[in-house]
Design a protein around this ligand. Structure first.
Ligand code: PMV
Length: 292
């Protein structure tokens, strides 16, 4: 059996699609597991009920991975996942990485992390037409990643603590990415995307040092830029306000936006209260600790 974690984007969502900078973190609270065993015929069974479209995508993914790795298909593949789908925790990238790791284990391919990451990137195109590559990277390396066209693992001096709250259903990533792409031909919008990239770039040194004040300030700035880009929502704005009013260092939407997750940087003093206040508004509030 092989396992892959989830992820959350801390800085630079949307900007990374336009080759600007971003930062993503591994989330160990959730995982995907893939297990293979010998069989006379091929089968792939997920542990949850999938729509016809999701089934089709899962089959395409497995076929693609097997054909890229030149594998025989007389195996049974079972997939188990605790990752909520379309919620910004990287369910598709986690599925791809778990499956590729399991192929590597079962067929003794000894794939390196770089090889797993590069194949997982190509798999991501099955789910999202123009993936930036940040999701598959953070999950393949299971470390905080600074991403500028390619991933660079960040070695944090201190662990970072976050509260993540889900604001509710959101459009799928590809739909929001397409909307932003349409807007990006307007000069002002491209300027916003560049500013987001620059915020992500500035965050790198503060993240490594564990300077919560500076990281939080940049998170607030990033949220305002995403709001100007048109990918926030009234609930995302409200969740950020609640977190900051209750002493979070900073807060922002995370992922494609228009719903989905809000992420707030907290510490041991503010964490409980922030979680309590957000629990009045959301039925999915989680605590995440990230270290290198
Ligand atoms: O919503 P998520 O967590 O799938 O993140 C999407 C991040 C984008 O930058 C909007 C797209 C991408 O491919 O990086």
């Amino acid at each position: 059996m092989s396992r892959a974690c989830g992820k959350i984007i801390l800085f630079g969502e949307h900007a990374v699609v336009f080759s600007k900078q971003g930062v993503a973190l591994p989330v160990q609270n959730f995982f995907t597991e893939a297990a293979m065993q010998k069989s006379d015929y091929f089968s792939c069974s997920p542990d949850r009920i999938l729509s016809e479209q999701e089934k089709q995508k899962l089959n395409m993914l497995v076929e693609f991975v097997f054909s890229e790795l030149n594998l025989r298909e007389d195996v049974q593949v079972s997939i188990k996942s605790t990752l909520p789908m379309s919620s910004g925790f990287g369910s598709s990238a986690s599925l791809s990485v778990a499956l590729i790791r399991e192929c590597s284990r079962f067929f003794r391919l000894k794939l390196s992390k770089n090889m797993i990451n590069s194949l997982a990137y190509r798999c991501e195109s099955i789910f999202h037409s123009t993936p930036s590559g940040i999701d598959n990277s953070v999950i393949a390396y299971e470390k905080p990643v600074y991403f500028h066209k390619k991933p660079k693992v960040l070695e944090l001096e201190k662990p970072l603590e976050f509260v993540v709250a889900n604001t509710g259903k959101r459009p799928d990533t590809a739909t929001v990415v397409k909307e932003v792409r349409r807007k990006s031909i307007i000069k002002d919008y491209m300027k916003i995307l560049s500013e987001i990239g620059s915020v992500a770039e500035q965050s790198k040194k503060h993240l490594i040092k564990g300077d919560n004040e500076k990281v939080g300030m940049l998170m607030n700035k990033n949220h305002l830029l995403l709001k100007r880009l048109g990918v926030s929502s009234p609930r995302l704005d409200l969740f950020c306000e609640v977190a900051v009013q209750n002493n979070a260092y900073g807060a922002k939407l995370s992922g494609a936006g228009k719903g989905g997750n809000m992420i707030a940087l907290v510490d041991q003093h503010s964490r409980e209260n922030i979680m309590k206040e957000l629990s009045h508004l959301s039925d999915q509030v989680i605590f995440i600790r990230v270290s290198s």
